[in-house]
Write a protein that binds this ligand. Structure first.
Ligand code: GLO
Ligand code: MG
Length: 343
């Protein structure tokens, strides 16, 4: 029995469109996704602001809160919690040049408005976490934005969210590129550094996604360890990625099992989850997957995580220590691979 709690977002069951082709599966209603997530074994749902309150730009602040309260009732009736709300600052025409760091003052104000509405929605849904995946905060053309000004603008945006509610926590989800070319916050080190520039560093932390770390050419378990050592790992998006190419969001562990094993190891060993943090899965079904099996990637990721938990439990730490003592890391490496290969 896993001691972890798991979460997923409605965008993880999508219709299969990509940059070069249209949807290949039928849309599924939010309600039926939520029911299915519960059935699969999820404990919480991750939200974009407009997953909870569609077309929110045309609603008043009261209407937004009311709609969010309705979603909370639905979650309660399914026995699910909300993990976080993330303002979707990459879809709207106002965010073509980024949100908090846009060159347009009006568009920066729009981004902050969406950030504050995300706080309102989070409160209604009973959660304290705002995730900022900074999709377009960076440049496509380096000369278009001064890098110092951009960092200051990002800090201003985060400060506005922190000032709006004293209980809210901001989790930055770093990603080095895609859709932006040069991101302001490419890694968790940048996130942690940035947290100390804000008005409430103790309320600014990170959410690490395995694929984003691999896209930065780094190792997920090491990045997770760095954030844990800093007391700043408040969310994870586990998935997998075949090298440094487009963002793939593959099922957890399907590309690099040893790397996945080491992520589970560090999370378990250092008590991730003991303050209520979730194991979030940010996985996408392959485009080839048919309608009737379009949740398979979530089921697989959960199952692989749990199987790897068992591998962590049965990892012979006494033997590891002997190898360390003798400085025989070839032996340790062989043992690890052999352990993973055994049924
Ligand atoms: C994309 C991100 C995205 C975020 C989600 C929550 O690369 O991983 O899926 O995690 O929008 O903000
Ligand atoms: Mg993610």
């Amino acid at each position: 029995m896993s001691r972890f709690k798991f979460s997923v977002g409605p965008w993880n069951v999508h219709e299969g469109e990509d940059a070069f082709g249209p949807a290949v599966r039928k849309p599924i209603s939010f309600e039926s996704k939520v029911k299915k997530f519960k059935e699969i074994g999820m404990d919480a749902i991750q939200f974009h602001d407009d997953d909870a309150v569609p077309a929110m730009n045309s609603l008043t602040e009261d209407q937004i809160r009311k709609e969010a309260a309705g979603v909370k009732e639905m979650l309660d009736s399914e026995g699910l919690s909300a993990e976080f709300v993330a303002p979707r600052l990459w879809m709207d025409p106002h965010t073509a040049d980024g949100g908090f760091t846009s060159n347009s003052k009006e568009d920066r104000e729009f981004a902050i408005w969406r950030g504050l509405r995300s706080v309102d929605i989070a409160k209604e849904l009973g959660c304290q976490k705002i995730v900022l995946w900074l999709a377009r905060e960076g440049t496509l053309c380096q000369e278009s934005k001064d890098p110092v000004t951009s960092v200051k603008r990002l800090v201003e945006g985060i400060n506005a969210i922190l000032a709006y509610d004293p209980d809210i926590k901001v989790l930055i989800e770093p990603k080095p590129n895609e859709p932006i070319d040069r991101s302001i916050c490419p890694t968790i080190g940048h996130v942690i550094g940035l947290s100390y520039l804000t008005s409430a560093p103790e309320r600014v932390g990170g959410l690490i996604e395995s694929a984003h770390v691999i896209l930065a050419g780094l190792d997920p378990a090491s990045e997770i360890g760095y954030a844990l050592a800093s007391g700043k790992l408040w969310g994870v998006h586990l998935n997998d990625q075949n090298g440094m190419k487009y963002d793939q969001d593959k099922s957890f562990g399907v590309e690099n099992l040893r790397q996945a094993f080491n992520q589970v190891m560090v999370l378990k060993k250092h008590n991730y989850g003991s303050s209520g943090e979730y194991i979030g899965l940010d996985v996408k079904a392959m485009r080839t997957q048919k309608q009737e099996v379009c949740y398979r990637h979530i089921q697989n990721s959960l199952e692989i995580f749990k199987l790897l938990e068992k591998k962590v439990d049965t990892f012979d730490t006494a033997y590891r220590d002997v190898c360390i003592e003798k400085r025989d890391y070839e032996a340790l490496e062989f043992y690890t691979i052999n352990h993973l290969l055994k049924g």
